[in-house]
Design a protein around this ligand. Sequence first.
Ligand SMILES: [Ca+2]
Ligand SMILES: [Ca+2]
Ligand SMILES: [Ca+2]
Length: 447
Amino acid sequence: MGCPQAVVRFGGAEGAPVDTGGAAPLPALADLDGWSVAGEQPGDGVGAVGPAVIAAPSPTGAAVVVAAPGAESGAGLVALHPLDADGARALRDAPALLRGGPGAGLGAAVAAATDAEGLGLVAVGAPGARAVHLLLVEAGAGALRVDERPPAQSQRRSFGAAVALADLDGDGLLDLAVGAPEDDAGTGTVALWLGAGGAGAKPLTDQPPDLELSGEAEGDGLGSALAVADLSGDGLNDLLVCAPGYDAEEEAVGACALLGGGARIDDLQGDLTDQAIAFTFGTARGLRLGAASARLGVGDLDGDGRVDLALGLPDADDGDGALVVFYGDRPPGVRSDATADLIVRGGGGLGQAVALLPALGGRDGLLAAAAPSRGEVWLLPAPGRGVHRVEALGGAPRSTLPVDDRRGSTLQLRAFAEGAVLLLGAPGVADGGAGAGALEAVALTGG
Ligand SMILES: [Ca+2]
Ligand SMILES: [Ca+2]
Ligand SMILES: [Ca+2]
C-alpha cells in the first residue's frame, strides 16, 4: 500500500469523491456522485439507522433500504431506492415504500441478505409494534419487485430494535435473528427463527422462535446489537449478540457473545455465557460495548482469509471515543477491548459508527469510522496492529464537515465490480425540517 492518507476529504457541501490516499485501487463510480436520499418532513430520521443494501454485482441493480423510523409521527417507513443513478431524491419518491402503523417505529433496524436462489430478503424492525416485517426483493436494472411476507411477531418489549439475516445453521436458507433489548426490565432477549428466507419458507407469524436467549440481569439490554459472520473460522456463519449494559458491578462496560452457527444452534438454551463460544467485554465504566449494530463491523480486513471484528466505542476515554479490531488469526475466546489487536484512539466520539470493506483481489481492506460530533469521517486502509491515534493512521489534514449534520452517525461500505461506495447517514441534515435527516452515497476513488 502507499502512504496512508486516511481522512475523507469532501470537496464541497454536496460531497465530492473521496480520496482514499491511493491505497485502494478503486475506479471511480462517477455516476453515483451526488446520490442522496433526503427526509422530507421534520423528524423523519433518515440516516439515524444504518441502511441495508440489496446486493448486486454492480450498483445498477442494487437497491438501498432507507429507514425513516420517525416518519409520520413515529409510525416509521422504509423506502427502497435504486443505487443506479446520480442526483438527490426525496425519501418518499421511491419505487417501493413500507409504512408502519401508529407508533410502530418501522425502520428502527434493517438488514438485507441474498438467499441461495439469488432472491433478496429484507428484514425491517418495528419495535413499537413488536414486529419484524420481511420483504422479498428482486432488484434488476430498472426494475424492483417487492413481495411482503408475513411478519414475525412477539410479546417481547422492543422486539425488532435489532435484526440480522444470514444462514446460521448451514441449510442454505436464510435465518432471522431479532433483538428485544428492553424486554423484562431491560434484561433483553434475542430470538432466532430458522428458515425465514427462500420461496418455501414457513410464515413466521404465530410461530414461536426456534431459539430464544435472555440477558443475565436487568439492564443488560441483550439484543441491542447483532451481527453475523463466520467469526469462528469453521465455514459457518455465527451470531454475535450484544448487551451494552452488561456488568456484574453495574458499570455498564458492555459485552458481546458469539454463538457458533451450525446444525445444532437451535439446541442452545439457558445461560448465555455458557452457550457462547467467544465473549468480548469492555473494561471501562460506561463503555457500553455493543450498544448499536452500527458500531459493529465484520469482514476480512487484512486479507488473510479469516473474518475480523471491528468495534466502535464512542464512549471510550471520557467520550473521545475509540475503535478496536480483533483479527481472526487467533481463536476468538474471552477477551476485552484492552486486549484488541488494534486500538485506535480519537476524539469527538470516534466509533459512533464503523464500517468495514473486506480486502479483495489484492486491494487492501478499508475501515471507516465516524466521529460525528467533530464532523469527521475517517477512512483507514489496512490499518494494521498496535495502539495509535487516528491522526497518526491518517496523517492528512482533516476536513471539517458541518457538525450539526451529524454526518457519519451511520456508515456502510459496499464493494461493486466497478469500485466501492460509502453510504453516510446524516440525521442532523434539516433540509426537510428539524430531524428530517439524509443518507448520502460517496464513490471511493483510488486517487
Ligand atoms: Ca438456515
Ligand atoms: Ca463459524
Ligand atoms: Ca482477517
